[in-house]
Write a protein that binds this ligand. Sequence first.
Ligand SMILES: Cc1ncc(COP(=O)(O)O)c(C=O)c1O
Length: 286
Amino acid sequence: MEAAFVNLVRPGDPVVIGVNGVFGARMCDVAARCGAEVVAVEVPWGRPVEPEALLSAHPSPTIIAVVHAETSTGARSDIAPLGTGKGDALLLVDCVTSLGGIDVDIDGWGVDVAYAGTQKCLGVPPGLAPLTVNERARGRLVERSPSWYLDLRMIGRYTGPATGARVYHHTAPVSMIQSLHAGLGAVLDEGLDAAIARHEECGRALQAGLEALGCELFAAEGHRLPEGTDDAKVRSTLLDRYGIEIGGGLGEFAGRVWRIGCMGHTARPRNVTLLLGALAEVIGSP
Ligand SMILES: Cc1ncc(COP(=O)(O)O)c(C=O)c1O
């Protein structure tokens, strides 16, 4: 996220950002620290960011930015209409939680800059952030990024073609790169379409099972816990008794929402069944 903004924002640039959860808000903070004139399009948490709202927020933004899949709430926003309507702006998309789990079509949707993470649907240890910057965005890189380590011009001179002219920039985290290579190999072995179908199947099973337990889904209407449930106690009992960790709600939803990761290797039917069974028991006798 930071690498994207510190290489593209000039002080005073109008940057439109959709905010429907923690990570859209983080984008605003990062962009503001780069000197952007941030135009935040606030949306109630759990709802998608409507493309029209972003496209009409400013007459001539230099960047329109949005989170594809807001991990803090489980809400997915449509990207393709932003690519169609972005005009002269660059389209910058956070694909941290979507890459490898749902359809991501960077070029087809007209996305200029996107970053992801390894630790979500790719099922690889955390630590790397895959980043893509198309030719259009490369033509607009700032001359001198305020960040030394995240300066894409310098990194480009380091990672460029092996002509013998590479310029040392940092010590590459080779073990993480090898992990990513292995993880991507596993995705290719399974097939990207099959991996996406598996996430879909497990997500649906999890959602149906949670509703059967009396939980409401936040991304649709608001994931609220069943009345009288002790959030912290349920989560700690799940961890102690079953070794399963789920996340608590963030911000104003702390204590009222659970965030259940069903991504990467976790997205398997047996894990969904185990979690639902354990949750049923813990909610029944916390
Ligand atoms: C949508 C989204 N964006 C950004 C981030 C930040 O990633 P990291 O925690 O690896 O810095 C996360 C982390 O969960 C995320 O879910």
